[in-house]
Design a protein. Structure first.
Length: 278
């Protein structure tokens, strides 16, 4: 299964529960995962007040930044970009740049500052992969074309975008950035599938994206509950916009959830290099 480090010690009761869970079928694990997710959502609903839901979006941005710091550490200390998808980083830079433009033209707030910081770090990662560490870049494994992801997002952005007093192009670009964010990690997952192995810091980066997406989804689910579903069909937000954005969030979460499961499993078993399931 790859290189090993010392297995993370757990209290006896938790370790017994963990071993029991490993022996369950995939269906049982899915049900348990759904129950745990529901419990986490209830906990967030209890501890996050009505006027603090934006905190979850901010926490999501922080989680993404922490994942990027893991990549930066890898590039600086290990002098290699093996296992990293240049295409995923370029798509990330694209949706961040478009969203920052939207943030300043539609709703300038702290998200623009967080996104700007993340964009700067992402551009630096792209620079390192393209120029400084290009000899270690696994180009032959990074096979998913940009247009395969960008074109559908452009089409969706014209179909479902916010209705507001702002310029039409700004609204479409805002929608495009949200749709592209949902699938920008796909080239990274494809590269990891092609490589069959995932090294430590790349795994931490993708896991951080999973945490960020859970916090984003939690914010929307809680708001839907609070508004009794009316937010989904808000006339000011566009009849298609909010439901389509929610679908994008859910798709992104499902893309990452399987990886996060295997990441936690490998971390628990002390593996420095994670093997992707066939």
């Amino acid at each position: 299964m790859g290189k090993k480090r010392d297995v993370v010690p757990l209290p006896p009761a938790i370790n017994k529960l963990y071993l029991w869970l490993l022996g369950r079928s995939l269906k049982v694990k899915a049900v348990i995962g759904a129950c745990l997710t529901l419990c986490l959502l209830v906990a967030l609903k209890l501890f996050v007040h009505d006027d603090e839901y934006d905190t979850l979006f901010i926490a999501s941005g922080v989680a993404h930044s922490l994942g990027l710091f893991a990549l930066i550490y890898k590039l600086i200390r290990q002098k290699t970009c093996a296992g990293l998808s240049l295409k995923s980083q370029e798509l990330t830079a694209l949706f961040l740049a478009v969203r920052i433009y939207g943030s300043y033209t539609i709703e300038a707030n702290i998200h623009a500052i967080l996104d700007s910081t993340t964009l700067i770090c992402t551009i630096w990662v792209i620079y390192m992969i393209r120029f400084k560490l290009n000899s270690t870049y696994s180009k032959e494994l990074d096979t998913m074309p940009h247009y395969f992801l960008v074109v559908p997002c452009v089409i969706l952005a014209f179909i479902g975008h916010p209705w507001s007093r702002f310029w039409f192009v700004s609204r479409v670009m805002w929608a495009f950035s949200n749709y592209l964010e949902a699938i920008s990690v796909l080239p990274q997952l494809r590269l990891m599938q092609n490589a069959k192995m995932i090294e430590l810091f790349t795994g931490r980066y993708v896991f951080a994206l999973g945490v960020a997406k859970f916090l984003n989804c939690a914010q929307w689910i809680i708001q839907i509950y609070e508004t009794k579903g009316t937010i989904l069909f808000s006339v000011g937000g566009g009849y298609f916009w909010v439901p389509m954005m929610m679908v994008a969030e859910i798709v992104h979460a499902f893309i990452l959830v399987d990886f996060c499961y295997y990441y936690v499993k490998s971390w628990r078993e002390g593996e420095l290099v994670m093997k992707m399931p066939v």
